[in-house]
Design a protein around this ligand. Structure first.
Ligand SMILES: NC(=O)C1=CN([C@@H]2O[C@H](COP(=O)(O)OP(=O)(O)OC[C@H]3O[C@@H](n4cnc5c(N)ncnc54)[C@H](OP(=O)(O)O)[C@@H]3O)[C@@H](O)[C@H]2O)[C@@H](O)CC1
Ligand SMILES: [K+]
Length: 490
Protein backbone atom coordinates (compact mmCIF):
# COMPACT_ATOMS: atom_id res chain seq x y z
CA UNK A 1 0.00 0.00 0.00
CA UNK A 2 1.33 3.42 -0.91
CA UNK A 3 1.99 6.11 1.68
CA UNK A 4 1.32 9.48 0.05
CA UNK A 5 2.20 13.01 1.08
CA UNK A 6 -0.30 15.70 2.03
CA UNK A 7 0.16 17.35 -1.36
CA UNK A 8 -0.46 14.10 -3.19
CA UNK A 9 -3.56 13.40 -1.09
CA UNK A 10 -4.88 16.85 -1.90
CA UNK A 11 -4.36 16.13 -5.62
CA UNK A 12 -6.15 12.80 -5.27
CA UNK A 13 -8.97 14.57 -3.52
CA UNK A 14 -9.29 17.11 -6.35
CA UNK A 15 -8.98 14.44 -9.04
CA UNK A 16 -11.74 12.37 -7.40
CA UNK A 17 -14.02 15.39 -7.07
CA UNK A 18 -13.52 16.26 -10.75
CA UNK A 19 -13.48 12.82 -12.34
CA UNK A 20 -15.79 10.59 -10.31
CA UNK A 21 -17.35 13.20 -10.28
CA UNK A 22 -18.52 13.98 -6.74
CA UNK A 23 -19.16 17.37 -5.11
CA UNK A 24 -16.60 18.06 -2.37
CA UNK A 25 -19.35 18.30 0.26
CA UNK A 26 -20.43 14.75 -0.63
CA UNK A 27 -16.84 13.51 -0.42
CA UNK A 28 -16.72 15.00 3.07
CA UNK A 29 -19.98 13.22 3.86
CA UNK A 30 -18.45 9.94 2.66
CA UNK A 31 -15.36 10.51 4.79
CA UNK A 32 -17.47 11.32 7.86
CA UNK A 33 -19.57 8.20 7.30
CA UNK A 34 -16.43 6.03 6.99
CA UNK A 35 -15.19 7.53 10.28
CA UNK A 36 -18.51 6.91 12.01
CA UNK A 37 -18.71 3.30 10.77
CA UNK A 38 -15.44 2.59 12.51
CA UNK A 39 -16.06 4.79 15.58
CA UNK A 40 -19.38 3.14 16.56
CA UNK A 41 -17.65 -0.25 16.78
CA UNK A 42 -15.40 1.12 19.51
CA UNK A 43 -17.70 3.46 21.41
CA UNK A 44 -21.44 2.79 21.48
CA UNK A 45 -24.09 5.41 22.17
CA UNK A 46 -23.84 5.02 25.93
CA UNK A 47 -20.68 7.16 25.63
CA UNK A 48 -21.09 10.91 25.88
CA UNK A 49 -19.23 12.30 22.90
CA UNK A 50 -17.51 15.68 22.90
CA UNK A 51 -16.27 16.93 19.54
CA UNK A 52 -13.75 19.74 19.08
CA UNK A 53 -13.79 21.23 15.57
CA UNK A 54 -11.49 23.68 13.83
CA UNK A 55 -12.83 25.79 10.98
CA UNK A 56 -11.15 24.03 8.04
CA UNK A 57 -12.19 20.82 6.36
CA UNK A 58 -11.04 18.69 9.28
CA UNK A 59 -13.48 20.68 11.39
CA UNK A 60 -16.07 20.17 8.63
CA UNK A 61 -15.57 16.42 9.01
CA UNK A 62 -16.06 16.82 12.76
CA UNK A 63 -19.38 18.62 12.28
CA UNK A 64 -20.64 15.96 9.87
CA UNK A 65 -19.57 13.25 12.33
CA UNK A 66 -21.42 15.12 15.13
CA UNK A 67 -24.63 15.15 13.06
CA UNK A 68 -24.36 11.46 12.20
CA UNK A 69 -23.68 10.41 15.80
CA UNK A 70 -26.56 12.60 17.01
CA UNK A 71 -28.82 10.80 14.54
CA UNK A 72 -27.62 7.49 15.98
CA UNK A 73 -28.77 8.52 19.44
CA UNK A 74 -25.42 9.64 20.88
CA UNK A 75 -25.33 12.44 23.45
CA UNK A 76 -23.10 14.81 21.44
CA UNK A 77 -21.58 18.11 22.55
CA UNK A 78 -19.91 20.07 19.76
CA UNK A 79 -17.40 22.90 20.14
CA UNK A 80 -16.15 25.07 17.30
CA UNK A 81 -12.81 26.74 17.97
CA UNK A 82 -12.10 30.07 16.26
CA UNK A 83 -14.07 32.48 14.16
CA UNK A 84 -16.51 30.26 12.29
CA UNK A 85 -17.38 32.95 9.75
CA UNK A 86 -13.89 32.40 8.26
CA UNK A 87 -14.57 28.66 7.91
CA UNK A 88 -14.06 26.68 4.70
CA UNK A 89 -17.08 26.32 2.39
CA UNK A 90 -17.74 22.71 3.37
CA UNK A 91 -17.23 23.55 7.05
CA UNK A 92 -19.92 26.27 6.78
CA UNK A 93 -22.34 23.94 5.01
CA UNK A 94 -21.90 21.28 7.69
CA UNK A 95 -22.27 23.88 10.42
CA UNK A 96 -25.66 24.82 8.97
CA UNK A 97 -26.70 21.16 8.69
CA UNK A 98 -25.72 20.41 12.27
CA UNK A 99 -27.25 23.54 13.78
CA UNK A 100 -30.62 22.47 12.40
CA UNK A 101 -30.45 19.40 14.63
CA UNK A 102 -28.18 20.02 17.58
CA UNK A 103 -26.51 22.80 19.55
CA UNK A 104 -23.02 24.02 18.58
CA UNK A 105 -20.92 25.92 21.13
CA UNK A 106 -18.52 28.48 19.67
CA UNK A 107 -15.35 29.07 21.61
CA UNK A 108 -12.86 31.83 21.13
CA UNK A 109 -9.98 33.22 23.12
CA UNK A 110 -10.71 33.78 26.85
CA UNK A 111 -14.01 31.84 26.69
CA UNK A 112 -14.59 29.47 29.59
CA UNK A 113 -15.19 25.90 28.64
CA UNK A 114 -15.71 22.73 30.59
CA UNK A 115 -14.36 19.42 29.59
CA UNK A 116 -16.45 16.37 30.43
CA UNK A 117 -15.94 14.81 33.82
CA UNK A 118 -18.26 11.92 33.20
CA UNK A 119 -16.30 8.70 33.16
CA UNK A 120 -18.05 7.29 30.17
CA UNK A 121 -17.09 10.01 27.72
CA UNK A 122 -14.99 10.11 24.58
CA UNK A 123 -13.46 13.12 22.84
CA UNK A 124 -13.29 13.44 19.05
CA UNK A 125 -10.48 15.63 17.77
CA UNK A 126 -11.30 17.51 14.55
CA UNK A 127 -9.31 20.70 15.17
CA UNK A 128 -6.69 20.35 12.42
CA UNK A 129 -5.99 17.66 9.86
CA UNK A 130 -3.62 17.59 6.94
CA UNK A 131 -3.92 21.39 6.49
CA UNK A 132 -1.65 22.06 9.49
CA UNK A 133 1.12 24.37 8.27
CA UNK A 134 2.69 25.69 11.48
CA UNK A 135 2.98 24.67 15.13
CA UNK A 136 -0.11 25.36 17.22
CA UNK A 137 0.17 28.08 19.85
CA UNK A 138 -1.96 30.44 21.97
CA UNK A 139 -5.56 29.61 22.85
CA UNK A 140 -5.68 26.46 20.69
CA UNK A 141 -2.56 25.12 22.35
CA UNK A 142 -4.20 25.57 25.76
CA UNK A 143 -7.31 23.72 24.61
CA UNK A 144 -5.17 20.85 23.32
CA UNK A 145 -3.26 20.67 26.58
CA UNK A 146 -6.51 20.52 28.53
CA UNK A 147 -7.93 17.82 26.26
CA UNK A 148 -4.81 15.71 26.75
CA UNK A 149 -5.06 16.14 30.51
CA UNK A 150 -8.62 14.80 30.79
CA UNK A 151 -7.42 11.21 30.74
CA UNK A 152 -10.45 10.40 28.55
CA UNK A 153 -10.16 8.38 25.35
CA UNK A 154 -9.52 10.63 22.35
CA UNK A 155 -10.21 9.68 18.73
CA UNK A 156 -8.58 11.86 16.07
CA UNK A 157 -10.13 12.41 12.68
CA UNK A 158 -7.54 11.79 9.93
CA UNK A 159 -4.52 12.79 12.05
CA UNK A 160 -3.94 14.16 15.54
CA UNK A 161 -4.29 17.94 15.60
CA UNK A 162 -0.80 19.45 15.74
CA UNK A 163 0.96 16.48 14.12
CA UNK A 164 2.59 17.12 10.73
CA UNK A 165 1.92 14.33 8.22
CA UNK A 166 5.20 14.26 6.30
CA UNK A 167 7.81 16.04 8.40
CA UNK A 168 9.17 16.17 11.91
CA UNK A 169 6.75 17.78 14.36
CA UNK A 170 8.47 20.25 16.67
CA UNK A 171 7.81 20.06 20.41
CA UNK A 172 4.52 21.94 20.61
CA UNK A 173 0.86 21.34 21.30
CA UNK A 174 -0.24 18.05 19.74
CA UNK A 175 -3.28 15.94 20.61
CA UNK A 176 -2.37 12.58 22.13
CA UNK A 177 -5.09 10.31 20.79
CA UNK A 178 -5.98 6.83 21.88
CA UNK A 179 -6.92 6.09 18.32
CA UNK A 180 -6.57 7.75 14.92
CA UNK A 181 -9.05 6.96 12.16
CA UNK A 182 -7.32 8.19 9.03
CA UNK A 183 -8.65 8.60 5.52
CA UNK A 184 -7.65 6.21 2.73
CA UNK A 185 -3.96 5.74 3.60
CA UNK A 186 -1.71 6.03 6.62
CA UNK A 187 0.52 9.10 6.91
CA UNK A 188 4.30 8.85 7.00
CA UNK A 189 4.22 10.37 10.51
CA UNK A 190 2.48 7.23 11.84
CA UNK A 191 5.63 5.13 11.42
CA UNK A 192 8.03 7.29 13.38
CA UNK A 193 8.82 6.16 16.94
CA UNK A 194 9.04 9.84 18.00
CA UNK A 195 5.31 10.20 17.22
CA UNK A 196 4.10 7.21 19.22
CA UNK A 197 2.02 9.33 21.61
CA UNK A 198 0.61 11.51 18.84
CA UNK A 199 -0.80 8.61 16.85
CA UNK A 200 -2.00 5.94 19.27
CA UNK A 201 -3.43 2.94 17.48
CA UNK A 202 -4.60 3.73 13.99
CA UNK A 203 -6.78 2.49 11.21
CA UNK A 204 -7.15 3.68 7.60
CA UNK A 205 -10.71 3.79 6.29
CA UNK A 206 -11.58 3.75 2.60
CA UNK A 207 -13.25 6.97 1.41
CA UNK A 208 -13.25 5.96 -2.25
CA UNK A 209 -10.53 8.23 -3.64
CA UNK A 210 -9.80 7.53 -7.32
CA UNK A 211 -7.95 4.23 -7.77
CA UNK A 212 -6.59 5.36 -11.17
CA UNK A 213 -5.03 8.37 -9.60
CA UNK A 214 -3.63 6.33 -6.70
CA UNK A 215 -2.02 3.90 -9.16
CA UNK A 216 -0.26 6.79 -10.87
CA UNK A 217 0.94 8.56 -7.76
CA UNK A 218 4.69 8.18 -7.27
CA UNK A 219 6.11 7.59 -3.83
CA UNK A 220 9.07 5.96 -2.16
CA UNK A 221 7.12 4.97 0.94
CA UNK A 222 4.98 1.85 1.25
CA UNK A 223 3.11 -0.02 3.94
CA UNK A 224 3.24 -3.81 3.62
CA UNK A 225 -0.23 -5.24 4.02
CA UNK A 226 -1.38 -8.85 3.54
CA UNK A 227 -2.36 -8.06 -0.07
CA UNK A 228 1.31 -7.63 -0.97
CA UNK A 229 2.38 -10.98 0.46
CA UNK A 230 2.67 -13.68 -2.18
CA UNK A 231 4.34 -16.96 -1.19
CA UNK A 232 6.12 -18.87 -3.95
CA UNK A 233 4.08 -21.75 -5.31
CA UNK A 234 5.22 -25.19 -4.08
CA UNK A 235 4.94 -27.80 -6.81
CA UNK A 236 3.69 -31.23 -5.72
CA UNK A 237 6.55 -32.72 -7.80
CA UNK A 238 9.13 -30.97 -5.67
CA UNK A 239 11.91 -32.61 -3.63
CA UNK A 240 14.17 -31.09 -1.00
CA UNK A 241 16.54 -29.82 -3.67
CA UNK A 242 13.73 -27.69 -5.11
CA UNK A 243 13.61 -25.44 -2.08
CA UNK A 244 17.24 -24.55 -1.87
CA UNK A 245 20.17 -25.23 0.39
CA UNK A 246 20.86 -22.53 2.96
CA UNK A 247 24.14 -21.95 4.76
CA UNK A 248 24.22 -20.28 8.15
CA UNK A 249 27.21 -19.10 10.15
CA UNK A 250 26.01 -18.60 13.70
CA UNK A 251 26.71 -19.29 17.36
CA UNK A 252 29.74 -19.52 19.59
CA UNK A 253 30.48 -21.11 22.95
CA UNK A 254 27.80 -19.75 25.31
CA UNK A 255 25.81 -18.18 22.45
CA UNK A 256 24.42 -21.27 20.78
CA UNK A 257 20.81 -20.21 21.19
CA UNK A 258 21.30 -17.84 18.25
CA UNK A 259 22.38 -20.70 15.96
CA UNK A 260 19.58 -22.99 17.13
CA UNK A 261 16.86 -20.36 16.70
CA UNK A 262 18.02 -19.16 13.28
CA UNK A 263 18.42 -22.75 12.02
CA UNK A 264 14.96 -23.81 13.22
CA UNK A 265 13.32 -20.66 11.83
CA UNK A 266 14.97 -21.28 8.46
CA UNK A 267 13.64 -24.85 8.34
CA UNK A 268 10.16 -23.81 9.48
CA UNK A 269 10.03 -21.25 6.65
CA UNK A 270 10.19 -23.87 3.94
CA UNK A 271 13.85 -24.31 2.99
CA UNK A 272 14.88 -27.69 1.50
CA UNK A 273 18.08 -28.08 3.53
CA UNK A 274 20.23 -26.05 5.87
CA UNK A 275 23.87 -26.43 6.79
CA UNK A 276 24.91 -24.51 9.89
CA UNK A 277 28.56 -23.73 10.62
CA UNK A 278 29.43 -23.78 14.34
CA UNK A 279 32.54 -24.14 16.53
CA UNK A 280 33.66 -27.65 17.42
CA UNK A 281 32.50 -27.65 21.03
CA UNK A 282 29.01 -26.48 20.03
CA UNK A 283 28.05 -29.28 17.66
CA UNK A 284 26.10 -31.40 20.15
CA UNK A 285 23.90 -28.52 21.26
CA UNK A 286 22.88 -27.79 17.69
CA UNK A 287 22.42 -31.36 16.57
CA UNK A 288 20.36 -32.32 19.62
CA UNK A 289 18.20 -29.18 19.36
CA UNK A 290 17.62 -29.42 15.62
CA UNK A 291 18.07 -32.98 14.29
CA UNK A 292 17.17 -31.82 10.77
CA UNK A 293 20.32 -29.67 10.40
CA UNK A 294 23.55 -30.58 8.62
CA UNK A 295 26.47 -29.33 10.68
CA UNK A 296 29.62 -27.80 9.21
CA UNK A 297 32.25 -27.92 11.95
CA UNK A 298 34.74 -25.13 12.55
CA UNK A 299 38.42 -25.76 13.28
CA UNK A 300 38.02 -23.62 16.35
CA UNK A 301 36.52 -24.98 19.58
CA UNK A 302 34.77 -21.81 20.69
CA UNK A 303 34.12 -19.20 18.05
CA UNK A 304 33.99 -18.26 14.38
CA UNK A 305 37.35 -18.81 12.76
CA UNK A 306 36.77 -18.57 9.03
CA UNK A 307 35.01 -20.72 6.48
CA UNK A 308 36.63 -22.49 3.63
CA UNK A 309 34.12 -23.53 1.08
CA UNK A 310 30.51 -22.61 0.62
CA UNK A 311 30.11 -22.44 -3.13
CA UNK A 312 27.37 -25.07 -3.27
CA UNK A 313 24.84 -23.15 -1.18
CA UNK A 314 22.00 -21.06 -2.60
CA UNK A 315 22.11 -18.38 0.10
CA UNK A 316 24.29 -17.55 3.08
CA UNK A 317 23.55 -15.87 6.42
CA UNK A 318 26.26 -14.71 8.75
CA UNK A 319 26.38 -13.20 12.19
CA UNK A 320 23.96 -14.29 14.91
CA UNK A 321 25.97 -15.03 18.06
CA UNK A 322 29.32 -15.52 16.30
CA UNK A 323 31.18 -13.21 18.74
CA UNK A 324 33.59 -10.43 17.91
CA UNK A 325 36.89 -12.31 18.12
CA UNK A 326 37.92 -12.61 14.54
CA UNK A 327 37.34 -9.65 12.26
CA UNK A 328 40.11 -10.68 9.83
CA UNK A 329 38.36 -13.97 9.16
CA UNK A 330 35.16 -12.03 8.57
CA UNK A 331 36.94 -10.03 5.88
CA UNK A 332 38.21 -13.26 4.34
CA UNK A 333 34.66 -14.61 4.39
CA UNK A 334 33.33 -11.55 2.56
CA UNK A 335 36.00 -11.87 -0.11
CA UNK A 336 34.63 -15.33 -0.90
CA UNK A 337 31.04 -14.15 -1.39
CA UNK A 338 31.11 -11.96 -4.51
CA UNK A 339 28.09 -13.57 -6.15
CA UNK A 340 26.26 -14.94 -3.17
CA UNK A 341 22.82 -14.11 -1.90
CA UNK A 342 23.84 -12.90 1.49
CA UNK A 343 22.30 -11.74 4.76
CA UNK A 344 24.37 -10.25 7.56
CA UNK A 345 23.08 -9.79 11.09
CA UNK A 346 24.18 -9.05 14.67
CA UNK A 347 27.95 -9.47 15.20
CA UNK A 348 28.45 -9.39 11.44
CA UNK A 349 26.93 -5.90 11.41
CA UNK A 350 29.13 -4.85 14.33
CA UNK A 351 32.16 -5.95 12.29
CA UNK A 352 30.99 -3.78 9.39
CA UNK A 353 30.61 -0.84 11.80
CA UNK A 354 34.17 -1.39 13.04
CA UNK A 355 35.58 -1.64 9.52
CA UNK A 356 33.31 0.38 7.18
CA UNK A 357 35.68 -0.20 4.26
CA UNK A 358 34.41 -3.81 4.23
CA UNK A 359 31.00 -2.56 3.08
CA UNK A 360 32.31 -2.40 -0.46
CA UNK A 361 32.84 -6.18 -0.39
CA UNK A 362 29.13 -6.82 0.04
CA UNK A 363 27.46 -8.31 -3.02
CA UNK A 364 24.69 -6.19 -4.54
CA UNK A 365 21.36 -6.71 -2.71
CA UNK A 366 22.98 -8.07 0.44
CA UNK A 367 20.46 -7.86 3.29
CA UNK A 368 21.47 -6.29 6.61
CA UNK A 369 19.16 -6.50 9.63
CA UNK A 370 20.34 -3.94 12.20
CA UNK A 371 18.39 -2.53 15.11
CA UNK A 372 18.72 1.27 15.46
CA UNK A 373 21.82 1.11 17.68
CA UNK A 374 23.61 -1.20 15.23
CA UNK A 375 22.55 1.04 12.36
CA UNK A 376 24.09 4.04 14.13
CA UNK A 377 27.37 2.17 14.52
CA UNK A 378 27.19 1.10 10.88
CA UNK A 379 26.87 4.65 9.55
CA UNK A 380 29.07 6.15 12.26
CA UNK A 381 26.62 8.90 13.22
CA UNK A 382 23.27 9.60 14.81
CA UNK A 383 20.25 11.63 13.67
CA UNK A 384 18.26 14.60 14.94
CA UNK A 385 14.85 13.07 14.42
CA UNK A 386 13.16 10.04 12.86
CA UNK A 387 12.52 11.72 9.51
CA UNK A 388 16.22 12.44 9.15
CA UNK A 389 16.91 8.82 10.09
CA UNK A 390 14.68 7.69 7.21
CA UNK A 391 16.56 9.89 4.76
CA UNK A 392 19.89 8.51 5.94
CA UNK A 393 18.55 4.97 5.74
CA UNK A 394 17.32 5.38 2.20
CA UNK A 395 20.52 7.09 1.01
CA UNK A 396 22.65 4.38 2.61
CA UNK A 397 20.72 1.58 0.89
CA UNK A 398 20.99 3.39 -2.46
CA UNK A 399 24.68 4.26 -2.22
CA UNK A 400 25.78 0.79 -1.01
CA UNK A 401 23.25 -1.04 -3.25
CA UNK A 402 22.07 -3.10 -0.31
CA UNK A 403 18.82 -3.87 1.51
CA UNK A 404 18.50 -2.77 5.11
CA UNK A 405 15.82 -4.01 7.50
CA UNK A 406 15.90 -1.44 10.29
CA UNK A 407 14.22 -3.35 13.09
CA UNK A 408 11.61 -1.93 15.44
CA UNK A 409 7.86 -1.31 15.50
CA UNK A 410 6.95 -1.14 11.79
CA UNK A 411 10.43 -2.37 10.73
CA UNK A 412 11.55 -0.23 7.78
CA UNK A 413 12.94 -2.18 4.84
CA UNK A 414 15.07 0.14 2.67
CA UNK A 415 15.78 -1.01 -0.90
CA UNK A 416 18.61 -0.09 -3.29
CA UNK A 417 16.09 1.85 -5.43
CA UNK A 418 15.41 4.20 -2.50
CA UNK A 419 12.03 2.77 -1.51
CA UNK A 420 11.17 2.20 2.13
CA UNK A 421 8.58 -0.43 3.05
CA UNK A 422 7.13 -0.27 6.56
CA UNK A 423 5.95 -3.53 8.07
CA UNK A 424 2.41 -3.92 9.36
CA UNK A 425 2.76 -6.95 11.64
CA UNK A 426 4.42 -7.56 15.00
CA UNK A 427 4.09 -6.44 18.62
CA UNK A 428 6.12 -5.41 21.64
CA UNK A 429 6.43 -9.05 22.75
CA UNK A 430 8.92 -9.50 19.91
CA UNK A 431 11.42 -7.24 21.62
CA UNK A 432 12.89 -10.31 23.27
CA UNK A 433 16.21 -12.16 23.10
CA UNK A 434 16.58 -14.28 19.99
CA UNK A 435 13.79 -12.62 18.02
CA UNK A 436 16.32 -11.15 15.55
CA UNK A 437 17.95 -14.57 15.07
CA UNK A 438 14.56 -15.94 14.07
CA UNK A 439 14.18 -13.16 11.50
CA UNK A 440 17.59 -13.96 10.01
CA UNK A 441 16.60 -17.62 9.68
CA UNK A 442 13.34 -16.74 7.92
CA UNK A 443 14.96 -14.36 5.41
CA UNK A 444 17.76 -16.87 4.75
CA UNK A 445 15.15 -19.50 4.02
CA UNK A 446 13.32 -17.27 1.53
CA UNK A 447 16.58 -16.30 -0.20
CA UNK A 448 17.62 -19.95 -0.56
CA UNK A 449 14.19 -20.83 -1.98
CA UNK A 450 14.67 -18.31 -4.74
CA UNK A 451 12.64 -15.31 -3.62
CA UNK A 452 14.13 -12.12 -5.09
CA UNK A 453 16.12 -10.42 -2.28
CA UNK A 454 13.70 -7.46 -1.97
CA UNK A 455 10.78 -9.82 -1.55
CA UNK A 456 12.73 -12.10 0.82
CA UNK A 457 13.39 -9.10 3.07
CA UNK A 458 9.91 -7.52 2.97
CA UNK A 459 8.08 -10.81 3.25
CA UNK A 460 10.49 -12.21 5.83
CA UNK A 461 9.89 -9.24 8.09
CA UNK A 462 6.13 -9.53 7.54
CA UNK A 463 5.92 -13.27 8.30
CA UNK A 464 8.16 -12.86 11.35
CA UNK A 465 5.71 -10.26 12.71
CA UNK A 466 2.68 -12.35 11.80
CA UNK A 467 4.05 -15.36 13.70
CA UNK A 468 4.85 -13.02 16.59
CA UNK A 469 1.27 -11.75 16.62
CA UNK A 470 -0.05 -15.30 16.75
CA UNK A 471 2.41 -16.14 19.55
CA UNK A 472 1.16 -13.13 21.52
CA UNK A 473 -2.43 -14.32 21.04
CA UNK A 474 -1.60 -17.82 22.29
CA UNK A 475 0.37 -16.58 25.28
CA UNK A 476 0.73 -12.83 25.81
CA UNK A 477 3.09 -10.11 24.61
CA UNK A 478 4.77 -10.25 27.99
CA UNK A 479 5.39 -13.97 28.25
CA UNK A 480 6.15 -14.91 24.65
CA UNK A 481 9.77 -15.84 23.77
CA UNK A 482 11.60 -16.20 20.47
CA UNK A 483 10.91 -19.97 20.25
CA UNK A 484 7.18 -19.17 20.30
CA UNK A 485 7.63 -17.08 17.14
CA UNK A 486 9.13 -20.13 15.39
CA UNK A 487 6.30 -22.35 16.63
CA UNK A 488 3.80 -20.01 14.99
CA UNK A 489 5.39 -19.80 11.56
CA UNK A 490 2.90 -21.16 9.06
N1 LIG B 1 -7.87 15.13 1.32
C1 LIG B 1 -8.97 14.39 1.27
O1 LIG B 1 -9.02 13.46 0.55
C2 LIG B 1 -10.08 14.70 2.16
C3 LIG B 1 -9.88 15.53 3.25
N2 LIG B 1 -10.81 15.77 4.15
C4 LIG B 1 -10.46 16.47 5.38
O2 LIG B 1 -9.84 17.68 5.13
C5 LIG B 1 -8.74 17.85 6.02
C6 LIG B 1 -7.81 18.90 5.53
O3 LIG B 1 -8.54 20.08 5.57
P1 LIG B 1 -7.91 21.52 5.28
O4 LIG B 1 -7.02 21.42 4.13
O5 LIG B 1 -9.04 22.46 5.22
O6 LIG B 1 -7.01 21.75 6.55
P2 LIG B 1 -7.26 21.75 8.14
O7 LIG B 1 -6.32 20.76 8.73
O8 LIG B 1 -8.69 21.59 8.46
O9 LIG B 1 -6.72 23.19 8.56
C7 LIG B 1 -7.45 24.32 8.19
C8 LIG B 1 -6.64 25.57 8.14
O10 LIG B 1 -6.06 25.89 9.37
C9 LIG B 1 -5.00 26.83 9.21
N3 LIG B 1 -3.89 26.42 10.05
C10 LIG B 1 -2.92 25.51 9.77
N4 LIG B 1 -2.09 25.34 10.81
C11 LIG B 1 -2.54 26.19 11.79
C12 LIG B 1 -2.09 26.49 13.10
N5 LIG B 1 -1.01 25.88 13.63
N6 LIG B 1 -2.76 27.40 13.82
C13 LIG B 1 -3.84 28.00 13.31
N7 LIG B 1 -4.31 27.77 12.06
C14 LIG B 1 -3.68 26.88 11.31
C15 LIG B 1 -4.65 26.81 7.75
O11 LIG B 1 -5.10 27.98 7.14
P3 LIG B 1 -4.22 29.34 7.13
O12 LIG B 1 -4.30 29.88 8.54
O13 LIG B 1 -2.83 28.97 6.73
O14 LIG B 1 -4.92 30.19 6.14
C16 LIG B 1 -5.44 25.58 7.23
O15 LIG B 1 -5.81 25.68 5.91
C17 LIG B 1 -8.19 16.46 6.11
O16 LIG B 1 -7.34 16.27 7.21
C18 LIG B 1 -9.48 15.68 6.23
O17 LIG B 1 -9.90 15.66 7.57
C19 LIG B 1 -12.13 15.12 4.02
O18 LIG B 1 -13.12 15.99 4.40
C20 LIG B 1 -12.48 14.69 2.63
C21 LIG B 1 -11.42 14.09 1.85
K1 LIG C 1 -7.68 15.94 13.74
Amino acid sequence: MKILSTYQTRDLDEYTIKNEPIPSIDLMERAAQAFVNSFVLKYDNTFKTVIFCGIGNNGGDGLAVARKLHQLGYDVQTYVLGNSTNGSIDFLENLKRLQNQSEVIKLSENDEFHLPKKEKSVIIDAIFGSGLNRPIDGFLAIVILKINQTGLPIVSIDIASGLFSDTHSPQSAVIQPTYTITFQYPKLAFFQPENEKSVGSWEAVDIGLSQDSIREAKTKYYYTSSAEIRPLARSSFSHKGTFGHAFLVAGSYGMMGAAVLATKACLRSGVGKITTHVPKKCVDILQISVPEVIVDISHNDYHFDGIWNFTKYDAVAMGPGIGLENIDKFEEFLKKTPNKKLIIDADGITFLGQRPELLKLLPKNTILTPHPKEFKSLIGRGWENDFEKLEILSEFAVSKKIIICLKGKNTAVALPNGEIHFNSTGNSGMATAGSGDVLTGIILSFLAQGYPPEQAAIQGVYEHGLAGDQAAKNRSERSMIASDIIENLR
